[in-house]
Design a protein around this ligand. Structure first.
Ligand code: M6R
Length: 620
């Protein structure tokens, strides 16, 4: 969580940093800030709330700095406030620092520094890094250089005599004393031509341009400027200036940096004709399924396929929407292959002492490849000797680096906080995985990859907007909306409820329809709105029973189903595409995603940036 960016080059740095931050805002938007070196001066500007507040404040000001860093925050330590916004500084204001991650031993450091008389101005863990680094630099300035061969002049207040090597030494000392995760960028007073950085566990990439260089939490942020990317490894640190990039490993040895060209078109990260990324990404769902299915077959061939021929224990571990995709995967694998699958929330898996050994295969699903709970579970599974396979949408992400094997989804960059097209791509990967095992074991299954592609294409142009406007009116003022279904439809209900609550702030809860009478039916009265999903032919009768029970309690039932003949049983009916039962997750979710989107709009909210959330959840 939190996004950081840095630019050094021949252009005006600040507008570029602000522009890059707009593509990092999905990582947090509680506050934002920038720092730049203007001749001898180190200037820091911060604003509370979304980036717009900062950018409109800086608009019309021509600031000639060619070296700047920026930050967009998702608060972990300390409430969203100007004091807690980044950049953070040391008490002598020798430097300004932006950080993504969590410093676990910050309080130890903080207490020690306070004991030495250091004055803190924020509640953040980040300020500790700034203070530690500031003290290291001050030591150099006060005593002369302990490290470099060059003789230093002792100056209390000017940093103009600091060399890059001295700053790097100081950073090396500081990062050796930090526990936790960090990616940070630093500008130093008097050094208007370079940005220093360090990375451990949190993501940080470098971007190489012509007479300009970049750093960022994520490649898409800088993509309009360069696609030459180096993804830093844990423990690496260094600096960029406009011509040069130097990277060192944790033993302070130079690293040979190899830049790769990223194959993402800039349009993929632009809104284009859409008002919101969420809407654009919902509409890209079919493309995301097809691209994923077209590209992953070699990755399936590279799995340790021998293990699938014998008995093995399959676990799927993920969070949020990725977990819901995993539940669909469990349903399909158990139903079609008769192989038992355990599905766990990553945040629970880690602490339940899971039963794993070298006969266990664990699939970890994560769009971002950065989710802290999923990564910790992955590390645990590796320690216990399980075979680990990541399913991720972000190439070279941390999950890919840690897992034994990786299957990539090809949804393209997903920017809206609510996951939509990535969910569909995860389903595609799981169905392809199931089909792969079926082939290895010689099991006949009732779907094919070709059929999935045909069906998603067939219904991709349905927009649903006109049909859903009326339903939005029914739910937008509700305090609670309930979602029900059976079997696969219950899993779709879970995902639909998550989508709606996440961006409309309406309390939404999903129930297996048959469970209602065991307690939750007590919630239903004449004001209740219930969204029912029914796509499974053999569950029509049973589902209708539940619908009648709800009707008798006065609930307004809105049924999403391909079976139009059922419409007289409910208050409102939305016809969904008719496909083979096991393929319904691919086509039924779109109208429910659109419903969430339209409800959010009708409430005047920003569907791309729901309150309190961030896209990459890099804290546990
Ligand atoms: O990047 P990941 O797939 O690991 O993220 C997992 C969840 O945080 C994510 O799916 C979240 O639930 C979405 N915001 C839901 O729309």
């Amino acid at each position: 969580m939190c996004g950081i960016v840095g630019y050094v080059g021949e252009k005006l740095g600040l507008p570029i940093v602000i522009d890059c931050l707009t593509r990092l805002e999905y990582r947090g938007y509680d506050s934002s800030g920038v720092a730049y070196v203007d001749n001898e001066d180190l200037v820091v500007k911060k604003q509370l709330g979304k980036l717009n507040n900062l950018s409109s404040n800086l608009k019309n000001k021509i600031i000639p700095a060619s070296c700047a860093i920026g930050h967009t925050r998702w608060a972990t330590h300390g409430e969203p406030s100007i004091q807690n916004a980044h950049p953070q500084q040391d008490e002598n204001k020798l430097l300004a620092l932006v950080h993504n991650g969590i410093i676990e031993n910050f309080n130890n450091h903080k207490q020690k520094l306070i004991g030495k008389g250091v004055k803190f101005t924020s509640q953040t863990d980040t300020e500790v890094i700034a203070q530690l680094l500031g003290r290291e630099l001050q030591k150099v300035l006060n005593t002369g250089d302990n490290y470099s061969q060059n003789k230093m002049h002792s100056t209390m207040h000017s940093t103009s005599s600091l060399t890059k090597k001295q700053v790097l030494r100081a950073i090396h000392n500081v990062i050796n004393s930090l526990d936790g995760a960090f990616a940070f960028a630093v500008v130093v007073k008097g050094m208007d031509d370079c940005i220093f950085f360090a990375k451990f566990k949190s993501p940080l990439i470098l971007g190489k341009g012509i007479d300009e260089n970049f750093l960022s939490s994520d490649a898409t942020a800088i993509l309009p400027y360069t696609n030459k990317i180096y993804s830093l490894m844990d423990g690496e640190f260094g600096y960029i200036d406009k011509k040069k990039i130097e990277v060192f490993n944790s033993s302070f040895k130079p690293v040979k940096v190899k830049f790769e060209s990223l194959q993402i078109e800039p349009e993929q990260i632009m809104l284009g004709d859409y008002q919101h990324f969420m809407h654009k990404e919902i509409e890209q769902g079919a493309e995301s399924v097809i691209n994923t299915l077209d590209r992953l077959s070699s990755e399936l061939q590279n799995l340790p396929n021998g293990i699938f021929l014998n008995d093995f224990n399959l676990h799927i571990v993920a969070c949020g929407t990725a977990l819901h995709a995993g539940r669909v995967g469990k349903y399909i694998i158990e139903n079609q292959l008769r192989i038992p699958v355990n599905v766990d929330y990553a945040s629970e898996f880690r602490y339940k002492n899971p039963i794993l050994d070298n006969k266990s295969v664990c699939l970890f699903i994560s769009q971002s490849g950065e989710t802290a709970d999923t990564l910790s579970s992955l590390e645990l599974a590796k320690q216990k000797g399980a075979v680990t396979i990541a399913i991720t949408n972000v190439p070279a992400s941390r999950i890919e680096k840690i897992a034994d094997y990786c299957i990539h989804t090809s949804a393209g960059p997903e920017i809206a906080v609510a996951s939509t097209k990535a969910y569909l791509a995860q389903l595609a990967a799981l169905y392809a995985f199931a089909e792969h095992i079926a082939k290895l074991r010689g099991i006949e299954i009732s779907f094919s990859i070709k059929k999935i592609k045909t069906e998603v294409m067939r219904f991709s142009k349905f927009t649903y907007r006109d049909k859903l406007g009326d339903i939005v009116k029914d739910i937008k003022e509700q305090e609670s909306v309930y979602f029900v279904g059976r079997g696969l439809d219950y899993i779709l209900a879970l995902e639909s409820a998550l989508k709606l609550k996440e961006i409309s702030y309406i309390h939404c809860e999903a129930f297996p329809l048959g469970e209602l009478k065991h307690g939750s039916l007590a919630l239903i009265n004449r004001e209740s709105v219930v969204i029912a999903i029914l796509t499974q032919k053999d569950l029509i009768e049973k589902t209708l029973n539940g619908i009648h029970e709800l009707n008798s309690r006065g609930a307004k039932i809105i049924l999403f189903s391909p079976f139009e003949e059922l419409k007289d049983n409910v208050y409102k009916f939305i016809k969904t595409p008719l496909v083979d039962d096991c393929l319904s997750p691919f086509v039924v979710i779109k109208p429910l995603q659109i419903l969430a989107y339209l409800t959010s709009l009708s409430k005047g909210l920003d569907p791309d940036k729901p309150r309190n959330l961030a896209k990459s959840v890099t804290v546990e």
